[in-house]
Design a protein around this ligand. Structure first.
Ligand code: MG
Length: 282
């Protein structure tokens, strides 16, 4: 199944994707959210007859984040060897984990606002895992798949000055409003092999990142198992699995985003999202 949320910001309705159409399922479930998933929304929709429900053509409406207000956004840093090299970091012995304010999540094609006085706003294509079932202290990576709802595209926008140059945790450079476009839809785990997907990111139609998830240092199952050793994962939680080689930071000199730039972020089998960079306005 592929699930999405469509409509104006704050007014999105839950939907299922069928070819070039969305089938609205708001008569069956409240939303795609932690609460609805905990109440069994996936099973409700999967077992329902959708044939008489209203349909909306793709491209005719705004798309929201496929999960309404995920309670956590957890990120894996330094998880592709080429990216580790371009950042002059050491190869981590265990996954590098950090968090991003969940409020930074926006719709897949919404504007990315460059923060006031930003020096180094950068792009990062990432495969995102979306949790489907509570996970805590999993026994082994083999247990992870049963806790995963599916996969989507995440653009982990990052302000390098605040992330790296200023002391403290990376969270400062990762949590600005609009810094995490997600979508356009979640593809459930039974429909996709997350471990072999091309992923890419272009800026103004110039390809910057073009890699494959088979290059992940720590794979999907390892990541979910590992994070569950430190915190409880809930339905709708989002895990950004890391970005490959080609970020703006890695160019000599670095090339960062500015208002007017257009970012396109894609993953094979899921789709492509597009974000215009705009200046902050009070
Ligand atoms: Mg990242």
């Amino acid at each position: 199944m592929r699930i999405a949320r469509i409509g104006s910001a704050g007014q999105e309705k839950p939907a299922v994707v069928a070819g070039n159409e969305y089938i609205l399922v708001d008569s069956l479930i409240d939303d795609w959210s932690r609460a609805s998933l905990e109440a069994g929304a996936m099973a409700t929709v999967a077992s329902a007859d959708l044939s008489a429900l209203p349909r909306v053509a793709k491209g005719s409406t705004r798309i929201g984040s496929p999960i309404n207000r995920p309670t956590k956004v957890i990120c894996v840093g330094l998880n592709y060897l080429g990216h580790i090299k371009e950042t002059n970091a050491d190869t981590p012995a265990e996954p590098v984990i950090f968090m991003k304010a969940p409020d930074s999540v926006v719709g897949p094609n919404d504007d990315v606002v460059i923060p006031p006085n930003s020096l180094a706003t950068d792009y990062e294509v990432e495969l995102a895992i979306v949790i489907g079932k509570r996970a805590l202290y999993l026994n082994s990576p083999a247990d992870s798949k049963a806790h995963i709802l599916g996969y989507t595209i995440s653009q982990d926008v990052s302000e390098r000055h605040w992330q790296i140059e200023r002391s403290g945790q990376w969270v400062k450079g990762k949590s600005f409003p609009t810094f995490n476009p997600i979508g356009p839809e979640i593809v459930t785990g039974d429909e996709i092999n997350p471990s072999n997907l091309r992923l890419w990111c272009s800026v103004n139609d110039v390809m910057k990142q073009d890699s494959n998830t088979d290059d992940l240092l720590f794979g999907i199952d390892h990541i979910v198992w590992y994070i569950s050793q430190f915190m409880e994962l809930f339905p709708g939680d989002v895990i950004n699995t890391g970005t490959p080689f080609g970020v703006g930071l890695g160019f000599k000199p670095p090339v960062y985003l500015a208002a007017g730039d257009k970012i396109k972020t894609g993953i094979e089998g899921i789709g492509e999202i597009s974000n215009n960079c705009v200046a902050y306005r009070a």
